[in-house]
Design a protein around this ligand. Structure first.
Ligand SMILES: C[S@@+](CC[C@H](N)C(=O)[O-])C[C@H]1O[C@@H](n2cnc3c(N)ncnc32)[C@H](O)[C@@H]1O
Length: 339
């Protein structure tokens, strides 16, 4: 039996009790921390900078975080979004059209120099510290990255106090380039400068359990510490066969980093081991994670800094939550019993 408590017994407090939040959907509004907010379904959308919001909410209020942060920090700066809108300069580039289809601009992550990489590192260290404070002990963070930046960002998250629990691989072809050595394409026709991207890495991290506490006890006290088995009761694989975000979803939510519901619903679902508590997405964008929460029957809190994307999220979360998703084939992997 899970003890429906928000914080450890030795902490003294008058903070909202998560049990109340779950049984009375409107009580989630208490998590706006004074920022403009809107209830959408059983979830809450907050218009704020997530660093401020994470620092302002009660400690240990959140049971999991599923999020897709700005990979390169710069791409969601106002000035970069303006350059994207006029299609000139900045980090947003149109990928080459190899199949006759015009592509939407993607951020060019190699544009980060050493100083910017240091800023990125500091950003994720600080963010992780705030996430540890906001999460229940044992609460999971499942966070998108990309093959270029993941080494840096995951290490920074661990430095900020999160515990490394591995990766979730979203299988999908990415358009990161590198098919030829630049300016020497003809000289080295048999060479590519990197392998074609076939996955998106999502870090799996966890707020540390209190010293000496086992997962079983963490589950009993905080309802966290483990991950939920899939809806067939199976231990989910850490590789998910995914897809490009379907056109039907992109038509609903105009955001350059929209993730597919078919993937997010699986990730959100497994993030709450007992299906109880609040899932937060501090970099909400157009609200696809919160829509996934709504679709699987969870309560979510999405935080977004941009007024434009916040307005989009308010409008589209209910629509995205209703889109039907096609079942993807289950991956059948051979077992290597040496590993
Ligand atoms: C990669 S996008 C997430 C897109 C989301 N996965 C979706 O499907 O719409 C990151 C979002 O984080 C927002 N953002 C960046 N810095 C932020 C901050 N400090 N606080 C809150 N939101 C922030 C950006 O405006 C952007 O919409």
């Amino acid at each position: 039996m899970v003890q429906q408590r928000l914080i450890a017994e030795d902490e003294v407090v008058a903070k909202p009790d998560l049990a109340t939040v779950c049984s009375e959907p409107d009580a989630i509004a208490a998590f706006d921390a004074g920022y403009p907010s809107h209830l959408v379904g059983r979830s809450l959308l907050v218009h704020a900078d997530c660093f401020d919001w994470l620092a302002a909410i009660p400690e240990h209020a959140i049971s999991s975080i599923v999020t897709d942060p700005p990979y390169g920090l710069k791409e969601y700066e106002h000035s970069e979004l303006q350059k994207r809108a006029v299609g000139r300069g900045g980090v947003w580039r149109i990928p080459p059209s190899f199949d006759g289809h015009e592509r939407a601009p993607l951020p060019r992550f190699t544009a980060l120099n050493g100083k910017e990489r240091a800023i990125l590192r500091a950003f994720f260290v600080q963010w992780a510290r705030l996430a540890v404070r906001a999460l229940r002990p044992g609460g999971h963070v499942i966070i998108a990255s990309n093959a270029f930046i993941s080494q840096l960002t995951f290490e920074a998250l661990v430095e900020g106090g999160l515990e490394w629990r591995g990766e979730l691989i979203r299988l999908v072809q990415t358009l990161r380039g590198g098919s030829r050595p630049k300016n020497a394409e003809d000289q080295f026709p048999g060479v590519c400068s990197m392998l074609r991207g076939g996955y998106e890495p999502w870090g799996i991290l966890r707020a540390p359990l209190p010293a000496g506490m086992q997962v079983s006890e963490c589950l009993r006290i905080y309802g966290t510490g483990g991950l939920r088995r899939d809806w067939h009761g199976k231990q989910a694989l850490d590789v998910i066969m995914s897809e490009r975000t379907p056109r039907s979803e992109r038509a609903i939510a105009d955001h350059p980093s929209l993730k597919p519901q078919s993937f997010l619903r699986q990730v959100v679902y497994l993030s709450l081991p007992l299906g109880e508590g609040i899932v937060a997405d501090p970099f909400m964008g157009s609200g696809s994670t919160i829509a996934a929460c709504e679709a699987v029957g969870y309560q979510g809190i999405g935080v977004e800094r941009s007024a434009d994307y916040y307005a989009i999220a308010r409008r589209v979360v209910p629509q995205l939550a209703r889109v039907p998703v096609r079942a993807k084939p289950q991956l059948q992997l051979p077992i290597d019993d040496d590993l």
